[in-house]
Ligand binder design. Structure first.
Ligand SMILES: NC(=O)c1ccc[n+]([C@@H]2O[C@H](COP(=O)([O-])OP(=O)(O)OC[C@H]3O[C@@H](n4cnc5c(N)ncnc54)[C@H](O)[C@@H]3O)[C@@H](O)[C@H]2O)c1
Length: 265
């Protein structure tokens, strides 16, 4: 029996993860939606079922490698042995001046945003390798372009995600796995509800979760040209595209000055 394509999404109960789960369900994927928020997963599961798509949900704390391994293995076993797309989406953000944020809160960002991505990539690798045309998608951020004032550790975790993506793209090409990351600027989700930094007041919070979900779907199913140029990083939205391009071609002093101005530091 032919099985649908499958997508496994961490942090799927809300925000970008939830919008992405619904987008892939509409495209006929079997969706694996995992999160620590089981109430959010229950309403998502009903929404996906109403679309007529197949869905599995379950508790997953991305910082726990054993749980990540168990959930990915269960999902793949229940979905005909396929893992077409793994999306490391779960993430947290604590904003403010570095010295004002207590160390445990800073470390928690490293656990979820860095160790969570490490765990997801490690647990998914064998399943992705066994599925022709598979893709690993990591949620980085526009804050992986230049270190961000008032988001110092968050921004550093996204540089980790960027480096992991670049390295695994090189390593896993031989396994037939594409590895890419997404670089959205600020998105209207619970993550940014109470964030008031110099950058949010300069730039606004303009993207919606659907904008990012659509960009992920497009990146997973790239045009012939994007495949030819082997695009690894996917800036989302016009502002990020301008910053990403600018940072590649402007001298370091100018990039720093622009970031200083934007962050009102
Ligand atoms: N919102 C933005 O402005 C923005 C911009 C760029 C990148 N991103 C990135 O996109 C991703 C999703 O962000 P969002 O805005 O949708 O956030 P969100 O807060 O709306 O949703 C995050 C989801 O992750 C879940 N989660 C948190 N900790 C978890 C853990 N330990 N294990 C499993 N699930 C956990 C939450 O329960 C929630 O459902 C994150 O990686 C974030 O860094 C967000």
């Amino acid at each position: 029996m032919a099985h649908n394509k499958t997508v496994f999404i961490t942090g799927a109960a809300a925000g970008i993860g939830r919008a992405t789960a619904l987008t892939f369900a509409r495209r006929g994927y079997t969706v694996g939606a995992y999160d620590i928020d089981e109430a959010g997963l229950a309403t998502l599961s009903a929404e996906i079922a109403a679309l007529g798509a197949a869905v599995r949900t379950g508790h997953l704390d991305v910082t726990d490698f054993d749980e990540m391994s168990a959930r990915t293995a269960e999902f793949v076993a229940a979905s005909g042995g396929r893992l077409d797309v793994m999306i490391n989406n779960a993430g947290i953000l604590v904003a403010g001046r570095f010295a004002d944020i207590a160390v445990p809160a800073q470390r928690r960002m490293i656990d979820v945003n860095c160790v969570g991505v490490l765990n997801g990539a490690h647990a998914a690798h064998a399943h992705l390798r066994a599925t022709p045309g598979s893709v690993l998608v990591n949620l980085a951020s526009a804050s992986a372009i230049y270190g961000q004032a008032e988001l110092a550790v968050y921004s550093a975790t996204k540089f980790f995600v960027r480096a992991m993506t670049e390295a695994l793209d090189l390593e896993w090409g031989a396994d037939g796995i594409r590895v890419i990351d997404m670089w959205p600027l600020f998105v209207q989700t619970a993550m940014t509800d109470d964030i008031h930094t110099g950058s949010t007041s300069s730039l606004g919070i303009n993207l919606t979760p659907d904008d990012v979900a659509d960009a992920i779907a497009a990146a997973v199913h790239p045009s012939w040209l994007r495949r030819r140029i082997h695009q690894v990083h996917f800036p989302v939205g016009t502002q990020t595209k301008v910053f990403a391009l600018g940072s590649r071609f402007s001298p370091a002093w100018l990039t720093r000055l622009l970031n200083k101005r934007v962050s009102q530091s």
